[in-house]
Each structure stands twice: as structure tokens, then as C-alpha cells.
Design a protein around this ligand. Structure first.
Ligand SMILES: NC(=O)c1ccc[n+]([C@@H]2O[C@H](COP(=O)([O-])OP(=O)(O)OC[C@H]3O[C@@H](n4cnc5c(N)ncnc54)[C@H](OP(=O)(O)O)[C@@H]3O)[C@@H](O)[C@H]2O)c1
Length: 357
């Protein structure tokens, strides 16, 4: 029976949240990724509603055995395509294309064979360096990209816009903002976003402590306190995806999965320092660094967080009219200071528990 939710990239940050949501509702899920999804308290090998198959989206038919591919297609009711190369290591798109463009083509082929609607998880940062309002109907505005990830996601989404008219299944594009795990693990320090900065500062504090340095000075991070980030919690993104996928009218539309208000960098800084329980780092502008150059610790922190520095001076604003209309204005609320502080504290606790283990 075609009742399964198929999720590529199920082992990733957003994929795990989507799995938790659907499995929590008692819906059967087929997870496709190269590593099995690791969910606390849930064994993918024995969960009655979850089946996991090794799949590589860069390969035709995802590299699945013909009988597995046929079974996935026969069971799929909805296909969510989340798998992507998400690091920011390369400046141009070329090395990302096997996954972030060819992968999109392969998963569209799967959805078409399955006769199941395709929900493509793109990113709000297809906007590149666009400053100002970026609407659901916007895509190519002549923007430049900060890295190969952004550009490759833009190319993947562009391909689908081109394919929509001829495709035999409805295609929906979702563009999440920056996704923050509500219940992070120690491994979350490797993911894009605030945990990476928390991890870098926590490492420096650990190393100072190990050397017997009583107190680390408050570190400056180059960025704009007046700017903001389109942060959203992972569970809220999953809920939005589930709500939208339940509505056939979502086919053919673009949804920007952002909160009604972005999170101010000043609020983010407060949550950061509250999580440490004392001032640990603050944002300072270019002029401040020109006046007083970075000390060695600040320079080290900047090196460790280089690819992300470009996101600390954003002025782009994303509209979410389609999301409000179809999923409701209460979907994807703006993360609050207390919620962010709690998530940051949970991350710091998880990483110190890991280092004690
Ligand atoms: N996190 C964010 O802030 C954010 C924001 C906007 C949009 N997005 C989009 O949301 C989607 C999910 O992102 P995420 O944050 O969950 O990413 P993530 O944590 O880095 O996970 C990436 C997922 O893609 C899979 N993957 C990578 N290469 C693959 C390949 N060749 N074949 C099959 N699977 C592959 C990984 O699984 P294996 O390694 O196990 O194969 C993993 O499940 C992506 O499309 C991303 O562009 C994320």
C-alpha cells in the first residue's frame, strides 16, 4: 500500500526531526541515507514503522538494488528530498553538483516512478548575498553566492523550477532558514549555525582551563549586532513540512520556512553568554577591529569560524506569505531568548559530558 513517507537525508539534522514527527504520528517511514538515522531512544533496525535503506543520491536510482528501488516506489506516498552536501568547504558549486544537482534529478525520477509528490528541501540562502526582501517568487535576482553550497542549492532548485511544468508529479519547494536543534548533542558543534561558535569558544575555555589560566577574556567576534539571522528550530521546520505536505495545494508552490521575525544578533549574543553563565563573547564591528586588532585568541576563533562569518551581517528579509496562507500564521514561531539559551546550555552540557566520558 502507498502509505509510506520516503525521506532522503534522513540521518541529517532536519531528516531526524522529520522522522521523529512522522513516527510520532504512527506513520510509516522509509529512510534513505548512507548512514542509518540515529534517534535517541529509537533503534532504526527494530522500529516497526521505520525501514532504512542505504542510498546515495548522487547515483542513478540512488544506487539501490532494483528490487529495493521498486519496493520504495511501490510504497511511497510522499517523497521528501533532504539529502545534500551541506558543508561550506568549497567556494564554487562544481564539487557539490553530484549530490546537490544530480541528486535532485535522481530523486525527481524516483518520485515520478513512484507517482508520489516531491517535496524538495532547498534553502532560504538560494538568495545568496541578496540584501532586502526576498520573496517566494524570487530566485535569480543576479545575486552572488557566499560558497559552493549556496550556489549548488540554487542550481538544484532552479532545475526543479524548470522541470515543474513537464513533471508528472507535483513538486513543492521548501526553503528553510538556519535550522537550530532544540535538543542538540555534542556532535551538533559540527553543524552550521550557533553551535559551531559555542563549540569553538568552549574549546578555547577548556584549553585555557587545562593550562591553568584562571579566566579567558571576553572574545570579540566580527559581526553586526544590529543584523539578524533567520533562525528556526528543527522540530518547528519538521512540523511545517508535515503540515504543508498534507495539503495537495502545496504542489507547485514555494514556501520559505522562516519565522515571522528573524532573530536579532543582539539576542543571539545574549543567549550565547547566558548559556556560558558569564560574558564569553560579543559581536564587534569592523571599525572596532581596525581600532584594536584581534588578539591571538580572537584570531583563532575567527579562523575556526571563517565560512560562517559572512552570515553575521545579514540584512535580507524573507517573506512567508505562502506558509501563512497554507499552514497558518502560528507555524514556525520566532525562537525566543529562553528557548535559544536552553538549547545552547543543552549543547554545552552534552559536550562537557562527552569530554568527561
Ligand atoms: N541545517 C540547516 O540550517 C538548513 C537550512 C536550510 C536548508 N537546509 C537543507 O535541508 C536539508 C537537510 O539539511 P541538514 O541540515 O539536515 O543536513 P545534514 O545534517 O548535513 O544532513 C545531510 C543529509 O544528507 C545526506 N547525504 C549527503 N550526501 C548524500 C548522498 N550522496 N547520498 C545520500 N544522502 C546523502 C546525509 O546522509 P548520509 O551522510 O548518511 O548519507 C544526511 O542525512 C538539506 O537539503 C539542506 O540544504 C538545511
Amino acid at each position: 500500500m502507498k502509505e509510506h513517507i520516503v525521506v532522503t537525508g534522513a540521518s541529517g539534522l532536519v531528516g531526524r526531526a522529520l522522522l521523529r514527527n512522522y513516527l510520532g504520528q504512527g506513520r510509516p517511514v522509509i529512510a534513505l541515507s548512507r548512514k542509518p538515522p540515529m534517534l535517541p531512544g529509537l533503534d532504526p533496525a527494530s522500529h516497526p514503522l521505520l525501514s532504512w535503506h542505504w542510498g546515495d543520491v548522487s547515483l542513478p536510482r540512488l544506487g539501490l538494488a532494483p528490487e529495493t528501488y521498486a519496493e520504495v516506489c511501490a510504497k511511497a506516498q510522499i517523497v521528501f528530498h533532504l539529502a545534500a552536501r551541506t558543508d561550506f568547504k568549497d567556494g564554487t558549486a562544481a564539487s557539490y553538483l553530484p549530490v546537490n544537482l544530480e541528486g535532485v534529478k535522481h530523486v525527481l525520477a524516483l518520485a515520478q516512478e513512484a507517482k508520489a509528490p516531491l517535496h524538495q528541501v532547498s534553502t532560504a540562502f538560494v538568495c545568496g548575498d541578496w540584501a532586502g526582501e526576498f520573496r517566494e517568487g524570487d530566485l535569480d535576482l543576479g545575486q552572488h553566492f557566499r560558497n559552493g553550497y549556496e550556489e549548488s542549492k540554487f542550481l538544484g532548485e532552479s532545475f526543479l523550477h524548470g522541470a515543474m511544468a513537464a513533471a508528472s508529479v507535483p513538486i513543492t519547494i521548501h526553503r528553510p532558514g538556519i535550522v537550530v536543534e532544540r535538543n542538540p548533542s555534542a556532535a551538533s558543534g559540527k553543524t552550521f549555525g550557533p553551535f559551531l561558535f559555542l563549540d569553538a569558544v568552549a574549546r578555547m575555555r577548556d584549553s585555557a582551563e587545562a593550562k591553568g589560566v584562571a579566566e579567558l577574556p571576553v572574545l570579540r567576534v566580527q559581526g553586526n549586532r544590529q543584523a539578524h539571522l533567520p533562525l528556526v528550530f528543527d522540530d518547528a521546520v519538521a512540523e511545517a513540512l508535515v503540515r504543508l505536505a498534507a495539503q495537495p495545494e502545496s504542489g507547485g508552490q514555494v514556501f520559505q520556512l522562516v519565522a515571522p521575525q528573524p532573530v536579532g544578533n543582539d539576542l543571539l549574543e545574549d543567549a550565547f553568554n547566558e548559556a556560558f553563565g558569564q560574558p564569553a563573547a560579543h559581536l564587534a564591528g569592523e571599525e572596532a577591529f581596525a581600532h584594536q586588532p584581534a588578539n591571538s585568541l580572537e584570531a583563532l576563533l575567527a579562523r575556526k569560524t571563517t565560512p560562517y562569518a559572512a552570515y553575521l551581517d545579514l540584512s535580507v528579509r524573507f517573506t512567508r506569505r505562502n506558509l501563512d496562507t497554507l499552514a497558518g500564521a502560528e507555524t514556525l514561531p520566532t525562537p525566543k531568548l529562553a528557548e535559544l539559551t536552553q538549547a545552547f546550555r543543552a549543547f554545552l552540557a552534552a559536550r562537557s559530558q562527552r569530554s568527561r566520558a
